[in-house]
Write a protein that binds this ligand. Structure first.
Ligand SMILES: CC(C)(COP(=O)(O)OP(=O)(O)OC[C@H]1O[C@@H](n2cnc3c(N)ncnc32)[C@H](O)[C@@H]1OP(=O)(O)O)[C@@H](O)C(=O)NCCC(=O)NCCS
Length: 244
């Protein structure tokens, strides 16, 4: 596709809770900017505070693997819609996107300036069926109608993470991007992951998608503008273990 390129993406995942010992938490707090500390203080729930601190530790540590800069020295800006980006002038080509939920934080990073989006959700039975009318496109209904209820729940969750990853890659948000405006279809049996392929790519132009199952979680990744994304999934616990 015209203007499309190949991009390498590192997809880091972290089940932070078992690793967020008092010393790791204190390291995370010590790395945060004043703005990040302010956001931390504003969170009421202990669990949200821990996710926030762990996410800052993770993204700052990972960025420092790509550049000659200490974790505490990264600065971030936010687009008007809230999407964060690297603000250090010399390293602005590094792209990233974050997602977190109970029990899992994920970070997608690329050395090349790219429109990345990532979303992680728990695979536990959830409200997918109730939410379906708000995000399932009419083109997706026929595929869904053929599925038994547990497989349907699984498919809905996969559709959701793919769609949210696309929305996040665009940098918009659920408030101004319509998840029903684009559709994925099943690629059929025997087709390697991702088993869902975009059915209306024209809505976004060239884009690459990937789906990963990680224990009790599923992760969707989107790279807009990329004809082909090579994705390496890695566990952030391995990086922490080396540092300790
Ligand atoms: C952006 C959004 C889709 C994230 O979904 P979520 O399930 O709440 O959260 P996730 O865990 O997947 O992702 C959160 C992370 O995504 C990143 N993020 C925030 N806004 C983003 C955006 N617009 N696009 C991409 N990434 C965004 C941030 O890093 C955030 O984590 P942090 O605040 O801890 O740094 C959702 O919050 C949303 O739709 N917000 C409303 C934005 C909006 O509609 N604004 C109006 C625009 S017209």
């Amino acid at each position: 596709m015209e203007g499309a390129y190949q991009v390498d993406v590192d997809l880091w995942y972290w089940n932070h809770e078992p690793n967020l010992t008092p010393s790791v938490l204190s390291r995370a707090l010590g790395l945060m900017s004043a703005e990040e500390q302010r956001r931390y203080e504003m969170l009421d729930r202990q669990e949200d505070r821990r996710i926030h601190a762990a996410t800052r530790l993770m993204i700052r540590t990972l960025l420092s693997r790509h550049a000659d800069l200490k974790p505490a020295d990264w600065r971030f800006g936010r687009q008007e819609t809230g999407k964060p980006y690297v603000a250090n002038r010399r390293w602005r080509d590094i792209s990233f996107n974050l997602s977190h939920t109970q029990g899992m934080i994920v970070a997608a990073l690329s050395r090349r300036r790219s429109m990345l989006g990532v979303d992680v959700e728990r695979t536990a039975p959830g409200p997918m069926e109730k939410l379906a009318p708000f995000f399932v496109a009419s083109e997706e209904l026929a595929d869904l109608a053929c599925l038994m209820s547990c497989e349907r729940e699984r498919r809905l969750l996969r559709l959701w993470v793919l769609k949210e990853s696309l929305i996040k890659a665009r940098g918009l948000g659920l408030g101004c991007d319509d998840p029903k405006a684009f559709a994925f279809r099943s690629a059929g049996e025997g087709v390697p992951s991702p088993a869902l392929m975009p059915a209306s790519a024209s809505a976004v132009g060239a884009a690459s998608f990937a789906l990963f199952d990680q224990g009790a979680h599923v992760v969707g990744l989107c790279v807009i503008g990329a004809a082909n994304a090579s994705v390496a999934a890695r566990n952030f616990s391995d990086v922490l273990a080396v540092q300790e």
